[in-house]
Every structure is written in structure tokens, then in C-alpha cells.
Design a protein around this ligand. Structure first.
Ligand SMILES: [Zn+2]
Length: 277
């Protein structure tokens, strides 16, 4: 599933095509979009943004289209004249003077009045969006030290959208590796310096993934690997999906664990358990 950085990049791409433009035509075959002809058609797109893994498109009618792609939804942006040729089911189509923006296959789509968008059940349950500029590293540190979470395992905490909205599987593995935190450690097991490093990495790894197309490994390591002609899957991440291969930091073999059926890859050398020391 795309994580916060991928959805934010998609929002940027869609925003370039739509913001400031009037929706001149389109189709909205999805049942929850029946009011689109009056609430979208002929209205200007004011903004396109994301919150965690949700996309929000706001219109001058005072309404917002909320959508969540889950595993299968997909956005496309084309010039209006381009035939998109997709076997997927079209859910929403926005045509401006130049572009065609389409949403395919998603099933979690709804129109809500813009002032009420935070009351949407998914958004109402979200904690601070890690990518939001208003969320600082010290905010993240304060949350890690809060009573609400200080006895939760790192592996659980990193996917808790009420704590760190927008993180998913690959960011979980990569943040914990960058911070040197064992997935079974809890904030209460760690010293101040480690907690601070963990909070810093939650922000910096996620922001780097947003700015560098999902690359979470140290950028110098990525450049060196690229220069050797290695494929992206070899250098995109430091540990995620590198199980049974050498850790890019220390050479130890990366180990795959599962928590609630979801994979987590980690390096036993870079991420020793604080609980066994
Ligand atoms: Zn390592």
C-alpha cells in the first residue's frame, strides 16, 4: 500500500494539473459521487492535499472529495487528448482545459462539506501527520515519551495512525533501522538520546522518502550503488525487503520478522535490543 510520502507526491502531481482550474467536464460513476454534477462540475479546484494516506480535493463549491486508495486505487494525470487505456474501473474523472485527472478502482470515496472534513471517520481517528510542516521533531519526541504510548512496542507504535499518521510498512522498518531501535523495544526501555534519535528519524526518513521518490537509504549509499549500475530495488531501502541480504550499514544479514502478519525487516547488529542488555 502506498504510504504517506507516495500519497503526498500524488497530491502534488494532481494539484499541478487541477489547482486554480475549473472542472469543465468529467464523469463520476461511483455511487457516492451522485451529487458531483452540482458540487464539482463548473467549480474551481482550490487545493489538493493529503493527510496520511487520504487524498483531499477541495472545490470552490465549499465541498471536498475525500478518497483513500487502500491497496488497489490509482490516480492518473494525462493531457486531455490522451486515451488512458485502462482495464480498471473508472471512479472519478476531472477534465480541465488541458488535463484529465482520473481515479481508478478505489472504493473509499465520499464528498463532504469542507468545514466538516475533519469529522470524516478516517480523518477523525488520525493523529498528527508526520509529513505536515506543523509537526516538529520535538512534537514527535514528546509523543514517544507520553504515557499513552511509552509501553507500546516500537513495531506496533510505528503503524499506529493515531500516533504517527502516514507511516506504513516500509517506513516502519526503515525508521527503526535508521534510529537503531529494536522492533520489540518500547519507548520506556530507551534512554533520552535514543528516543531523540528515533523521533528525529521518524521525521527525516519520511521527509526524505517524500523528496526522493521513496528512497530511504542514506543518499550517498544510493548514489554509489546507482553508479555501480545496480537496480533500484538493491538500494532504495536499507533493510526493507533486503531480508537475507547484507545490511547496507554493517554487512550483517537482514532478518525478516512478522507482526500481525505484516513484514518487518531489521538488522540485529544495528538494532540491538535494549531489553536484553
Ligand atoms: Zn546493520
Amino acid at each position: 500500500m502506498p504510504e504517506g510520502p507516495e500519497i503526498r507526491r500524488a497530491a502534488d502531481r494532481i494539484g499541478k494539473a487541477l489547482v486554480g482550474k475549473t472542472v469543465e467536464a468529467g464523469s463520476w460513476p461511483f455511487p457516492s459521487l451522485q451529487q458531483a454534477d452540482s458540487l464539482i462540475l463548473g467549480h474551481e479546484v482550490l487545493s489538493v492535499t493529503s493527510r496520511a494516506k487520504a487524498m483531499l480535493i477541495r472545490f470552490s463549491s465549499g465541498w471536498t472529495m475525500y478518497s483513500h486508495n487502500q491497496l488497489y486505487g490509482r490516480w492518473t494525470v494525462h493531457l486531455k487528448a490522451t486515451d488512458p487505456r485502462s482495464n480498471r474501473s473508472l471512479r472519478a474523472e476531472f477534465l480541465t482545459d488541458k488535463h484529465a485527472v482520473r481515479l481508478w478502482s478505489a472504493t473509499d470515496i465520499v464528498l463532504v462539506p469542507t468545514p466538516e472534513e475533519n469529522a470524516h471517520p478516517f480523518l477523525a481517528r488520525l493523529g498528527p501527520d508526520v509529513l505536515a510542516e506543523s509537526v516538529s521533531k520535538s512534537d514527535l519526541l514528546a509523543h514517544l515519551k507520553s504515557k499513552a504510548v511509552h509501553r507500546k512496542k516500537a513495531a506496533t507504535l510505528m503503524l499506529d495512525q493515531r500516533s504517527f499518521a502516514g507511516l506504513g510498512n516500509y517506513l516502519r522498518s526503515e525508521i527503526l533501522h535508521a534510529a537503531g531501535v529494536h522492533p520489540d523495544d518500547r519507548p520506556c526501555d530507551l534512554d533520552e538520546a535514543t528516543l531523540k534519535r528515533w523521533a528525529d528519524c521518524i521525521k527525516s526518513v519520511t521527509v526524505q522518502a517524500y523528496e526522493h521518490n521513496g528512497t530511504t537509504v542514506d543518499l550517498k549509499v544510493a548514489e554509489a550503488s546507482k553508479a555501480r549500475g545496480e537496480p533500484r530495488r538493491m538500494w532504495r531501502h536499507a533493510v526493507f525487503c533486503r531480508n537475507d541480504r547484507p545490511c547496507l550499514n554493517c554487512g550483517e544479514l537482514v532478518v525478516r520478522l512478522r507482526y500481525g502478519g505484516r513484514r518487518l525487516d531489521y538488522c540485529p547488529t544495528c538494532q540491538p535490543s535494549s531489553r536484553s542488555i
